[in-house]
Design a protein around this ligand. Structure first.
Ligand SMILES: *[C@@H]1O[C@H](CO)[C@@H](O)[C@H](O)[C@H]1NC(C)=O
Ligand SMILES: *[C@@H]1O[C@H](CO)[C@@H](O)[C@H](O)[C@H]1NC(C)=O
Length: 381
């Protein structure tokens, strides 16, 4: 009697827990990889040969080890899995295309425990980044996952650090530390040794990056496409290129971007939208900057430029930028050799809608120019 009722109770419970776990899986449009049901077990990974077995489990623990040179540590946990890192991952040196690591899946919780992903960039850096010289694997980490990814230090990426390609993802507490690439080395001809070391490159929907920091030699953030993207309470420093939307090439949509509460210090640019001069069929719409503190900028505090890859060259008109606002209080201060605000649009139909910049206070610099854009409000430019 007791035995049979407890069996019934158990099977009702397991049915209920399956039903309650399933709604998230029905967000078909945001699946990053095919649905995958895990077993109730803990899989441990201390070498790449452990990965296949561990990927069956709903809990995965990754110990510290060296990923062999020339191989991608590719992990596809089951939907809803918990993944943790308990030591440093070092990626062996080899000239190849990469990526060094990728995580695929849906509704994954990844906690790095503050440990390092070490790309050993110092062994690759030659000042040329992705433009020749040593072949450098990139990116260090590709996130094709949804869920949360947190508490990791990405150290010395050969070039690009983190590619965010997964929908429905929150990234928090990630430090991208490429500070060692700022000084020249013996083969960089006086240039910073690290180059093209983007912090976060985003091409995905429903993405939040919050409470992270980036010290590098290229964009802190670069959004290439996607809808509903929030970049909040992050720090960008070093000699990087600031917070960017773009560059935007043809047939791309960026819609609904909030850049909020970030601190950008000492970098080349502060806040930027760059669209390719020759691009067609693309849209950047509904971009909001709020409560950002940008200071010590050496080239452009705010730069919206439709002439990429030129800077303030002849702008194109094939990418429509609609609705760009500065809300609440954004402060942008630049060095005397810099420009506080430069807007270089191809026409008033390619830069259109409402550009209310009441929440922007700029200071410093040698001047500002607004060309072909409906900017209203703001001060100091
Ligand atoms: C996923 O969505 C597409 C349309 O967006 C639909 O055709 C397909 O049947 C859906 N698949 C599942 C498994 O729900
Ligand atoms: C731009 O903002 C205006 C309100 O200022 C709004 O009516 C319009 O729909 C917005 N454009 C887009 C593409 O959302």
């Amino acid at each position: 009697m007791f035995a049979s009722s407890s069996i019934i109770a158990f099977s009702v419970f397991s049915l209920l827990s399956q039903v309650s776990a399933s709604p998230a899986l029905h967000k078909n449009t945001t699946l990053n990889s095919p649905r995958k049901i895990g077993k109730r077990c803990t899989g441990e990974i201390t070498s790449l040969s452990d990965v296949a077995a561990a990927e069956e489990c709903d809990t995965i623990v990754i110990g510290g080890f060296t990923v062999p040179a020339g191989e991608t540590f590719s992990l596809t946990p089951p939907d809803g899995a918990m993944v943790s890192l308990t030591g440093e991952l070092t990626f062996g040196f080899q000239e190849w295309e990469g990526p060094l690591m990728e995580i695929n899946g849906n509704d994954i919780t990844f906690d790095g425990g503050g440990h390092d992903l070490n790309g050993q960039g110092t062994l690759y850096w030659d000042g040329l980044g992705g433009n020749g010289g040593v072949t450098k694997p990139a990116p260090l980490l590709t996130l094709n996952m949804g869920g949360t990814f947190s508490n990791v230090q990405v150290v010395n990426s050969p070039t690009r650090a983190v590619a965010v390609n997964g929908n429905s993802l929150t990234v928090s507490g990630v430090i991208v530390n490429n500070a060692a690439g700022t000084a020249p080395n013996s083969i960089s001809n006086g240039a910073p040794a690290g180059a093209n070391t983007d912090g976060f490159d985003v091409a995905a929907n429903d993405v939040t990056i919050t409470g992270c920091s980036v010290n590098n030699q290229d964009d802190c953030l670069a959004i290439n496409r996607g809808t509903t993207i929030t970049f909040s309470n992050n720090v960008c420093e070093g000699i990087g290129h600031g917070i960017s939307i773009g560059s935007i090439s043809s047939d791309a949509t960026v819609s609904g971007v909030t850049i909020s509460g970030n601190t950008v210090t000492g970098t080349v640019n502060g806040l930027r939208i760059k669209t390719d001069a020759t691009a067609t069929g693309s849209i950047v719409e509904n971009v909001v900057y709020e409560n950002n503190k940008v200071s010590g900028i050496t080239a452009f505090g705010v730069l919206i430029d439709q002439s990429y890859p030129a800077t303030l060259g002849t702008p194109g008109t094939g990418v429509v930028i609609e609705n760009v606002s500065f809300d609440d209080t954004n402060t942008v201060s630049v060095e005397s050799s810099a420009n506080a605000v430069e807007v270089n649009c191809g026409s008033t139909s390619s830069c259109t809608g409402t550009w209310n910049w009441d929440g922007l206070t700029a200071s410093g610099g040698k001047g500002s120019t607004i060309k072909n854009a409906p900017v209203t409000g703001g001060s100091g430019f």
